[in-house]
Design a protein. Structure first.
Length: 85
């Protein structure tokens, strides 16, 4: 799930399964589960940049944003590896 802030800008990715993990406090907010709030792909990124970002963040999915930080979509590591392997 993509999380956006009050201004409509990218604020992280939330893995739904993490919200059901043992020990989750009922008072937790979605923001508590956000991963990589500062790691998003530019819509102009090439496959080398994309692969490096996946390796650096160890994420399975990354948001793609425009230059203002508005979410354009999501790219999965599995798709990139399959398409460009």
């Amino acid at each position: 799930m993509i999380l956006i802030d009050a201004d409509g800008l990218y604020a992280g990715i939330v893995q739904i399964a993490r919200m059901y993990a043992d020990g989750v406090k009922p008072s937790s907010t979605l923001a508590d589960f956000a991963e990589n709030p500062s790691a998003a792909l530019s819509s102009s990124a090439d496959v080398v940049e994309i692969t490096k970002m996946f390796d650096r963040t160890r994420s399975d999915e990354l948001a793609v944003t425009d230059e203002s930080g508005h979410v354009l979509g999501v790219l999965s590591k599995a798709f990139v590896r399959k398409r460009y392997a």
